[in-house]
Design a protein around this ligand. Sequence first.
Ligand code: PLP
Length: 330
Amino acid sequence: MSIARQARFRLAALPTPLEELPRLREALGGARRAPRILIKRDDLTGLAFGGNKARKLEFLVADAQRAGATVLVTTGAVQSNHARMTAAAACKAGLRAVLVLSGKAAGPPQGNLLLDELLGAEVRLGEADAVPPVMEELRGRGERPYLIPIGGSSAVGALGYVLGTLELVTQLAERGETPSRLYYASGSRGTQAGLELGARLYSAPYRLHGIAVSGGEPEKTARAVRIASEAAALLGVEARLRPEDLLTDHGYIGEGYGIVTEGCREAIRMLAREEGILLDPVYTGKAMAGLLDHLRRGEIEPHETVVFLHTGGAPALFAYAGEIRTDPTG
Ligand SMILES: *Cc1c(COP(=O)(O)O)cnc(C)c1O
């Protein structure tokens, strides 16, 4: 098994901390009602405010360098964390970044969009379908563009969470922890592919529970399975992932991607006030809303230990002030 032999460009501060959330457990009824909850702080990877994309980009940037790229091109929503971190990764690697983003910025740039600008990326707003012409245009200018798919979710990107799983499984073993579940926010599925493949390769003790932040089944699960098997091929191992083995809960999306739900608002406030940890409005707020709901419905036993993977995203809070701050006093 050759994850250590894969080309990697260091971007993240690793290992990220693994912490316990005792005050959250207390707030949920204490040891007699709630499980122990550990949090894997991948919001603290560094790289322009951190997040799960730092792990993926370590392998993607190395691949871009191998291909002789001069510019990283990627795509996403206007508040894409992945776009912001791609811009930062390009800076560290001495490459340019072109970000093709969907949606509109209302007023002056905020959150991730402001950071994209500060990081010197070339932002093309409202051109989400325009990736092929942008690639053509760049080639015409004599650039060698390297296209990173949305969310960095390719086989190469997924290696980030194969290695991330090795890191987590090692931390758990050192502490004698055997959590039964790992909860995480699931979007473009590269994280899921890496986590599922990693869990099998390193015999993780936990079952993965993805909380979806956007629709698109069954295609998305099929995509995760495909990415995982391509990543396994890069590593020269066999991975027998079946769609029916992958667990993704679609109950916490609300009205759609990037639209804040009441449960998300509650989860953000609760983690902030009990533990001083900031979740985000698009991904981790909804994932934590899912975990809290499963717990309150009695689906998780108090004797269990659960890991929550904090995948980052807090810079988007500033672009969502109006949606999050509905009751400033409450
Ligand atoms: C991108 C992202 C995710 C989802 O990761 P995918 O690999 O796209 O499924 C989760 N949380 C945050 C904060 C993200 O930016």
